[in-house]
Structure formats: C-alpha cells, structure tokens
Design a protein around this ligand. Structure first.
Ligand code: ADP
Length: 402
C-alpha cells in the first residue's frame, strides 16, 4: 500500500511517497520556487543520489503535474490506483479537528474558515489539496492537522486571561503546533519505555528552527508552549517566544513601528538571531567557541528558557516518565541537552554525559542509571506520522461504512 504525503506551501511543495508495508520512503522530494523565475524539483528515489531538475512551475497545478509525472516516469507510481490515499499536512484546524479528516466539501470549508488564524499556511495547503483532488480525483485525500494533537488541552490551559468574547467570537485561545511531531515521538517514547501510551506521562521538546514543548499526560497533550500562533513559548531561531506583551505597545509608541514591522521583528529578527545575529544553532556554537559573547548569551538564554518550561510542566504533570528531545537541535545538540538537564536533581533528572554524546538509535536513553526518569533522544518523522494517521483515518472510515 502506497501513501503520498504532501506539504504544500505558498511557493513550495514537499512530499514523500511511502510504501506502508515496511514504511520505506520510495521517493522524497521538494518542488520549490513555484511561481518564481526558475522553479526546481529536487527528489531522491530511495537511497539513490539526489536529482535536481528545472520544471515549468508557474503555479501549484503545474507543480503537482510535474510531481505525478515524475512518480510515473520513475515507475514509483505506474497507476494512480496504487495510491491508498494522499495525506495533506495542514497547519491549522482550529477547534474543528481533533483527529485527521477525510477531505470533503465540509472539511475544505472548515480549513477555509480558520484562514485568519494561519494566513500564511492554510491558503497554500488549500491550493495543494484542491489541485491534488483535481489531478487524482478517485484517490481519498486526508488532512492531518498540526493543531489536532493539542485539542485535548483543558480550558484552563488553552484560554488566555482576556475578555471572554475574544474567545467565543474570535477564537483567541492557545491552539499549539508541532502536534504531529509531539504525537509521533510520544508514541515512540512509550514503545521505548515498554508502556502503553495511554499510561505514559512525558515532556516532549521539539527543538528545530521553530521550537515547542508539550506536557503529555496518559498519552494526551495537556499543555504546550506555542499559543494562538507559533510565536509564543520557547526562544527560537528567529522568533522571540514569550515576552511581555506590552513591549508591542512600547515599540509602536516609542519607535513608531507599524504592526507589520513589529510582526516581522518578532518573527524574523528576534530569538537567537536577535541576540547574536545568527539563527542556525551550529553557527551559534562555532561563534561561541570562537569567543563571541553574543552567541554565548543566545545559547544561555535558549537553554534557560527550556529549563523553565521543563520545571513548569513537571508541576503540571506530577509524574514524568521521560523527557524527550527531538527536532534538529534536540536530536543533535549534546551541549544543549546537557544544559537543559543540568542541576535538575530536584526533579530526579540525571543525564549520563557519555551516553549524551552518542545517543543510540532509534531511541537512546541518555539518563544515568540513577535518573528517576528516562531522558530520550528520538528522531522525529512528521511525514511518516502523517502517513500513519492518514492510513488510520481511512481504516476507521472503512469500518464505520460497513
Ligand atoms: P525545521 O524546524 O526547519 O524542521 P530542523 O528540525 O531541521 O528545522 O532544525 C534545524 C536546526 O537544527 C538548526 O538550528 C540547525 O543548526 C540545528 N542542527 C542541526 N544539526 C545540528 C547539530 N549537529 N548540532 C546542533 N544543531 C544542529
């Protein structure tokens, strides 16, 4: 059974074709610069060398056409009927979706309704969905939402202390993001611990360019650091994370900055980039090693803010079975993991310095033998999780229609 996972952005489409019998990636690709001067299609068949071709990609229609032609030309998809379904990544499902959804007119309507909450992402996802339906009309299409996993948050965690009508009439609340990744690593962690997920408490740290932490109780997300938008929470590559909201008014009044300028400043010029001029963690480490004090400060702030969330989520969860590090930084940055776990004996956290330098895969426990909880390093795989969830969604539909 083959499943195609699509992640359509405004000028790019990322995709993976899976053979779900062994979860192997048959093709992984990226079409970028759609609508720009020279659209390109980069793809890789299994473990073969990457291929890069220029394509006609004035719009998503041409981009998807190029994609399907490539899959057919390389004999990975000889006939559309080989596809069990197409799974679409959708960033925002608002309060409509707690689970993946088989796409129909109503699902499209709901994704459209929450565009104001994700103005950069949902319109592009809709373009991808509509074009995939047009070109593969007999293939079931499933939407998998980044927000869905966090729909289990209790109201006292997802509401902001703002006038109630802002929630009831305008949907101002915490939604949380990276849900597909938090869910994937939570399932992997439960397997590593040999416990059912429904009895497992975790703090999952997704640390990539964007970063978020989730408190997971008995397998369900009960709090998470990203909020109504992905700007809240941890310090990130170029996003500020938690700051005093009154800074916004100060920037507006004292510096005469427009809303648009403040939005760009907080999203693109803040976080690590704001502190040391760089957003890539590897570069920041190199700068710090070369004696750059701004880079040292960025690293110290980044780790300090993660620690504060770990402490808070311990308080929220009571019992924690494992701390889980994932994302490009969480999976690779031993120094940062060490900093986040240092001086945390109060919580029973004790990291093994040697294991931390070289975690075993697929899920290495880098906790010392005397650590009260496991400290796991797990590689996330959001595309695979989308494929798994899309398959489950289809299965449930087939059961319920019998
Ligand atoms: P995205 O959020 O875009 O998916 P990733 O999860 O790939 O991003 O994470 C990107 C981040 O991971 C970058 O800051 C990069 O520097 C960092 N990273 C990747 N490899 C390492 C490494 N070996 N050590 C430290 N940071 C790393």
């Amino acid at each position: 059974m083959k499943i195609l996972v699509l992640n359509a952005g405004s000028s790019s489409v990322k995709y993976r074709l899976f053979d779900m019998s062994d979860r192997a990636v048959l093709v992984a690709g990226l079409i970028e610069r759609i609508g720009e001067e020279s659209p390109h299609h980069h793809y890789r068949l299994g473990r073969a060398d990457p291929i890069d071709v220029k394509i006609a990609g004035h719009n998503h229609q041409q981009a998807l056409q190029a994609l399907f032609e490539t899959l057919s030309a390389c004999a990975m998809l000889n006939d559309p009927s080989e596809l069990a379904c197409i799974g679409h990544r959708v960033v925002h499902g608002g309060e409509y979706f707690r689970e993946p959804a088989l796409i129909d007119a109503q699902v499209i309507q709901h994704i459209t309704e929450v565009i104001p909450l994700a103005p950069l992402h949902n319109p592009a996802h809709l373009l991808g969905i509509q074009e995939a339906i047009r070109q593969m009309e007999n293939i079931p299409q499933v939407a998998v939402f980044d927000t869905a996993f966090h729909q289990t948050l209790p109201d006292y965690a997802y509401r902001y202390p703002l006038p109630a009508h802002l929630y009831t009439e305008h949907g101002v609340r915490r939604y949380g993001f990276h849900g597909t990744s938090h869910r994937y690593v939570a399932e992997q962690a439960a397997q590593c611990l040999g416990k059912p997920l429904s009895e497992t408490n975790l703090i999952t740290l997704h640390l990539g360019n964007g970063a978020s932490v989730a408190a997971i109780k008995n397998g369900e997300s009960i709090d998470t650091s990203m909020g109504m938008t992905p700007l809240e929470g941890l310090m990130m590559g170029s996003r500020c994370g938690d700051i005093d909201p009154a800074i916004h008014f100060y920037l507006s009044r004292a510096l005469n900055l427009s809303n648009e300028a403040i939005e760009a400043l907080l999203n693109k010029d803040s976080g690590c980039k704001g502190i040391c001029g760089e957003n890539d963690m590897r570069t920041i480490h190199r700068m710090a090693e070369a004696g750059d004090d701004h880079a040292r400060l960025a690293l110290a702030m980044y780790a300090y803010r993660i620690k504060k969330y770990i402490g808070a989520y311990f308080a929220v969860l009571g019992r924690v079975d494992a701390l889980v590090f994932t994302g490009g930084i969480g999976e690779n940055d031993a120094w940062l993991r060490q900093q986040c776990c240092a001086d945390m004996a109060l919580f029973g956290i004790a990291i093994d310095e040697q294991k931390n330098l070289n975690p075993t895969h697929p899920c290495g426990n880098i906790g010392r033998d005397d650590s009260r909880l496991a400290i796991l390093v797990i590689a996330t795989d959001e595309e695979l999780e989308i494929a798994i969830q899309a398959m489950e969604c289809l299965r449930n539909r087939n059961h319920s229609s019998r």
